[in-house]
Design a protein around this ligand. Structure first.
Ligand SMILES: Nc1ncnc2c1ncn2[C@@H]1O[C@H](COP(=O)(O)OP(=O)(O)OP(=O)(O)O)[C@@H](O)[C@H]1O
Length: 704
């Protein structure tokens, strides 16, 4: 199965009846593990899929269905898993697990039976890759109202990210953080964090309805080349799509809800069109660019990616139309053929080397900057590295050298992480926890961390203590230009804001200390959230104080400048404060402008909706009139036909009567002729008789 074509795999999961459904009737029956039937007074539909999961199916059965694809991902095959369905049918339940368990605060190193596909897959991947030297990079994206946000770095949806395409990276999200997750726990923390930040809303059919599409991405890269000198890499996408929903005319929906609903339905319809185009195979143009979702998944949909669709449906009779529409979508998806090949890249491939060099260059720059400080040196270093990079590009590399580059890359990241750097240069960020964090308040104690790590490639201690690390104050001298100006890159908010958190692994106490030290007018707002909550049955310890998780992160971002803002004297501080205030004012103006713009947009949308409605009403009225006219025409025609039939019948009767009359007349004529003949004969015989008598002869009546 090195290079193969296969159908997109489709499973349907029927969720059980819930209290919120307020019914015990179900329209769904499952004759076999691959068939589903919808039966009610108006429908009888039967269709077959790769697998149908009945309402009693467990999370582990779903995991078993996808696990072969996960194993393939470890061998270098891309994989995308979707959950698609109407709102409240169990997409998030399937992908992440029971919602309540997301909130639990008990730490359980193992997964619970209610854990969803993503946590189970993460655990499986780490367990299966114990012996292999693989690196996992994780990112978490949400698409809300057709805008992309980084769920791990941007909880307030402050910065809209853009999708870019380049030869080096393919399709990628500019500025999206990719964390190096060294263990299952690292991943779990990231998933929890992302889940906390996801846009949800209470709707009629779901108390925690997801209002955004989320994509948890894992890039798996082998650290070492195989015997053939090839390096494996695979991308895994877990997509929990927002659920489609009908416009609720009776209960006035609020403005934001209407907007969300419009955007969700629009992007799902774009996804449907892409699936349709891929399924028919005839269409040359695949409309990937119609929505952010399809554009982002362009290289993971139908192209070199094993794709699994889990369509979730409700058994409630009221949602029969939605269930049928989901099954239709799943039917179309079944037709899609995907050509799959292993993603292997020669270790000496120019692009890979270039990428590694680029990363190493940034890492080195940051490290030197961290160690020595100073803008001049940084500029010098960048210049030297650029030169070096240029030279390196022209030199042939051996596999061993590339492997060394990879190892160096990883080492540098870890070193940076341990130094507590939060920096940014051309292309990459590296975040870290602060050395000042009191160990007792972190959500990850060393014992817990040690005990719970599954498949961690490194003991957690190695990432904690660092003899080279600078004292915390020194590290705080290095800041981003935008921060020096009092702006955050992500949300343009006053600084320090939520994005100044070194990593998603802050602890409540850390946040308090930040709040205290900050003089920002926003500092009273508890902007940081701890990674305490869990999902799928894993969480933070009760009362225990784990150690901060340290992780590396790379950002795909360009043209960021680093400068020395280690300002300690009072004057500059005052100056900075003023600047900060000016920036806040500017930001407020911007927000007001934005608000006005949004209002304007909303008015336009309402107007458009109103016009649409009017147009639809007009269409309906016109159609009704046309229908009426048609009916009248038909009635008119019917009348004519009946008249014609009646006339025809009358004519036939007349004809019959005429025929009868003619017959009678002929009969009369014949009778008259016979009588005349008889009369003539009688006259003849009487005359003959008279003649015989006269002649004296005998008269005989015999005549021939
Ligand atoms: N298979 C299942 N077993 C038990 N409960 C389920 C199952 N599927 C869904 N549920 C419950 O149904 C409710 C809605 O599920 P969920 O939030 O996953 O739906 P969703 O499809 O993601 O909805 P939305 O699109 O609105 O986000 C939740 O309370 C969830 O616990």
């Amino acid at each position: 199965m090195e290079n193969d074509s296969e159908h997109l795999k489709v499973a349907v999961r029927v969720r059980p009846l819930l209290e919120i459904d307020k019914t015990t009737d179900s329209i769904i029956s499952i004759p076999s593990s691959t068939e589903i039937q919808i039966v009610d007074s108006e429908h009888f539909i039967k269709s077959a899929y790769d697998r149908v999961f009945d309402p009693s199916s467990t999370q582990s059965q779903i995991f078993d269905f996808v696990s072969p694809a996960l194993n393939q991902a470890l061998k270098g095959f891309n994989c995308t898993i979707f959950a698609y369905g109407q709102t409240g049918t169990g997409k998030t339940f399937t992908m992440f697990g029971q919602h309540e368990s997301l909130q639990s605060s008990e730490f359980m190193p193992s997964l619970s039976p209610s854990s969803g596909l993503i946590p189970s897959s993460v655990q499986h991947l780490y367990q299966s890759s114990k012996e292999k030297s693989l690196t996992f990079y994780c990112s978490f994206i949400q698409i809300y109202n057709e805008h992309l946000y980084d769920l791990l770095q941007d909880p307030k949806r402050g910065k809209v990210l853009s999708i870019r395409e380049s030869k080096l990276y393919g399709i990628f999200v500019e500025g999206l953080a990719e964390f190096v997750a060294e263990s299952t726990d690292d991943c779990f923390v990231l998933i929890n964090r992302g889940n906390e930040n996801r846009a949800v809303r209470q709707t009629r059919f779901n108390h925690h309805s997801s209002r955004s599409h989320t994509i948890f991405q894992m890039s798996i890269e082998s650290d070492k080349a195989n015997k053939k000198g090839l390096i494996k890499k695979a991308k895994l996408n877990f997509c929990d799509l927002a659920g489609s929903e009908k416009y609720d005319k009776e209960n006035n929906m609020i403005r934001d809800h209407v907007k969300e609903l419009t955007q969700i339905n629009k992007s799902l319809s774009a996804l449907g069109k892409v699936i349709h185009a891929l399924g028919t195979g005839s269409s040359r143009h695949i409309p990937y660019r119609d929505s952010k979702l399809t554009r982002l998944l362009q290289d993971s949909l139908g192209v070199n990616t094993r794709t699994i669709l889990i369509a979730t449906v409700s058994p409630v009779p009221n949602f029969v139309e939605e269930t049928i529409s989901t099954l239709k979508f799943a039917d179309r998806a079944k037709q899609v053929m995907v050509k799959i090949k292993r993603n292997e890249i020669s270790a000496t491939n120019n692009q890979l080397i270039l990428k590694l060099q680029k990363e190493i260059q940034h890492l080195k720059t940051l490290l030197n900057l961290k160690r020595k400080g100073g803008m001049q040196e940084l500029e010098q270093k960048i210049w030297v590295l650029t030169e070096e990079n240029q030279k390196l590009k022209n030199i042939g590399f051996t596999v061993e050298e590339v492997e060394r580059l990879k190892v160096e890359n990883k080492k540098l990241r870890i070193e940076l992480q341990q130094m507590g750097t939060y920096g940014n240069t051309d292309g990459f960020y590296y975040t870290n926890t602060d050395e000042e964090i009191p160990k007792s308040t972190s959500p990850f104690t060393s014992e817990t961390s040690k005990g719970s790590r599954v498949g961690s490639s490194k003991p957690s201690e190695t990432r904690r203590s660092n003899p080279n690390s600078l004292p915390p104050k020194a590290s705080s001298k290095i800041e981003l230009t935008s921060k020096a100006k009092g702006f955050c890159d992500l949300c343009n908010c006053d600084f320090p804001c939520i994005h100044s958190a070194p990593s998603p692994f802050k602890t409540p106490k850390d946040f308090k200390s930040i709040e205290k030290s900050s003089s920002s007018p926003f500092r009273k707002t508890p902007i940081y959230r701890s990674a305490e909550s869990t999902f799928g049955g894993f969480s933070t310890p009760n009362g225990k104080s784990p150690e901060p998780r340290r992780m590396n992160v790379r950002y795909r971002m360009t043209n960021c400048v680093v400068e020395d803002t280690g300002v300690t004297d009072k004057l500059k501080e005052v100056e900075n404060r003023k600047k900060e205030m000016r920036n806040i004012q500017a930001r407020l103006n911007k927000i007001t402008e934005l608000e006005n713009y949004r209002k304007e947009q909303f008015k336009k949308e309402i107007k458009a909706l109103e016009e649409n409605r009017k147009r639809e009403e007009e269409d309906t009225r016109r159609k009704m009139i046309e229908d009426k006219k048609k009916k009248m025409d038909i009635l008119e025609k019917k009348k004519v036909v009946e008249e014609f039939k009646r006339n025809k019948k009358i004519n036939e009767e007349i004809e019959q009567l005429k025929a009868k009359v003619e017959m009678r007349e002929a009969e009369d004529k014949r009778r008259r002729e016979n009588e005349m003949k008889k009369q003539k004969l009688a006259e003849y015989y009487s005359r003959k008789k008279q003649q015989n008598e006269f002649e004296g002869g005998n008269y005989s009546d015999d005549f021939d």
